[in-house]
Write a protein that binds this ligand. Structure first.
Ligand code: G6P
Length: 369
């Protein structure tokens, strides 16, 4: 086992650090930025299904459901196809309205999640085309779907998903851009800009990982917290949800993720000097609005840990701690802003002497209801 951990104390930490490499694996043969091309066999062979789709429904569970939410924003923005995101467990039991004009995307690291598998079978029985995004090659979901794309993250051992999440988003971003190209919904210059930026993502993730030591120091301050709030807007709202889930899963600290603007409709009542609030606030379209949320937290003495773009000044003045990530177009930020949140939950869990790789009551693959 020590050999498999490759010198890291835990599989989770190893898997966090593998992300630059596995994202490159996810791109391999698919992202041909210099030629202005994205090539994925599962999409090429079925491009008409996607282009004729009235809407796309994405079904998933857990962390994969968070990747689905990111995909909703990206696919709607780039390819202008309506997207709905569903918890597979709800979708399968509520007699959803689906027909042959729907495309279902099922996202699953393991490819074995019972609820996701059942959602796929239901959608197929109603005539929909089902596309899988799985990590495990040859898994039940990869066999049950009509077509798909593997994430190529390699085996993920830590129960808390890390590299599977970022590679899921990577695959779904490629899909969105491929569809945008086919539909002409994105100016060619924009499309090419994104392709070149994507190529740089592994480096950006590598750079985000260099914040490890300062994240450890922040973790020491907050390791005894009993509650944490995670906030983000737009593309970074799902990142906030995923950050909160990671902390809950492995450190057993209660954490909630919220869209930043929803704070005033409830969570703000909880904010006092004992409430750490992690705000995902990279440079983005509604940056000013996030800044005013941060001011509201500060006015109530909440402790602010902010994920910001390198060189940020406004949030730095307000926050108790900032963690910098390199700048990148807003639609691509989730892959990068997620990294510090993974490290934060990892270090807090280790400091609390929790079993990071095998948290209590959780399973890596949930093959029963
Ligand atoms: C379990 C795992 C999570 C995972 C979820 C969905 O709860 O502990 O890490 O996100 O199942 O799993 P899947 O394999 O379908 O992505």
């Amino acid at each position: 086992e020590q050999i498999e951990k490759n010198g890291y104390d835990h599989f989770m930490l190893k898997e966090i650090h593998e992300q630059p490499e596995v994202i490159k694996d996810t791109f391999r043969g698919r992202l041909l930025a210099d030629q202005g091309l994205i090539r994925m066999a599962g999409i090429e062979d079925n491009i008409d299904k996607f282009l004729n789709a009235k809407r796309i429904i994405i079904a998933a569970c857990g962390t994969s459901w968070h990747a689905a939410l990111v995909a909703e924003y990206i696919i709607e923005e780039f390819a202008r196809i309506p997207v709905e995101v569903e918890y597979a467990s709800e979708f399968r039991y509520r007699n959803p309205i689906i027909d042959s004009t729907d495309v279902i995307i099922a996202i699953s690291q393991s490819g074995e999640t019972a609820d996701t598998l059942a959602a796929i079978k239901l959608a197929k029985s109603k005539g929909a085309f089902v596309f899988g995004v799985c990590n495990v090659v040859g898994s039940s979901i990869s066999r049950e779907t009509h077509a798909g794309a593997y994430t190529h993250a390699g085996p993920e051992i830590g129960v808390a998903s890390t590299k599977a999440f970022t590679t899921q988003i990577t695959v779904l971003t490629l899909l969105a851009l491929r569809l945008a190209k086919a539909k002409g919904t994105l100016a060619n210059s924009e499309y090419l800009k994104y392709l070149h930026e994507l190529e740089l993502i592994p480096e950006r993730v590598e750079e985000a990982l260099t914040q490890n030591e300062s994240i450890l120091e922040i973790s020491k301050i907050y390791k005894d917290a009993t509650n944490c709030l995670y906030l983000g807007r737009g593309y970074n709202y799902p990142v906030a949800l995923e950050g909160a889930l990671k902390l809950k899963e492995i450190s057993y600290i209660h954490a909630e993720g919220y869209p930043a603007a929803e704070m005033k409709h409830g969570p703000i009542a909880l904010i006092d000097e004992h409430m750490p609030v992690i705000v995902v606030a990279p440079e983005q379209e509604h940056y000013d609005k996030v800044v005013s949320n941060i001011q509201e937290i500060k006015a109530r003495n909440g402790k602010i840990i902010a994920i910001v773009t390198k060189g940020d000044r406004q949030v730095r003045e307000l926050a108790d701690h900032v963690i910098e990530v390199p700048g990148i177009s807003e639609a691509l930020t989730p892959i990068v802003t997620t990294i510090p949140l993974q490290l934060l939950s990892y270090h807090i869990a280790v400091l609390r002497e929790c079993n990071v790789d095998q948290p209590r009551n959780l399973a890596k693959s949930v093959t029963v209801e």
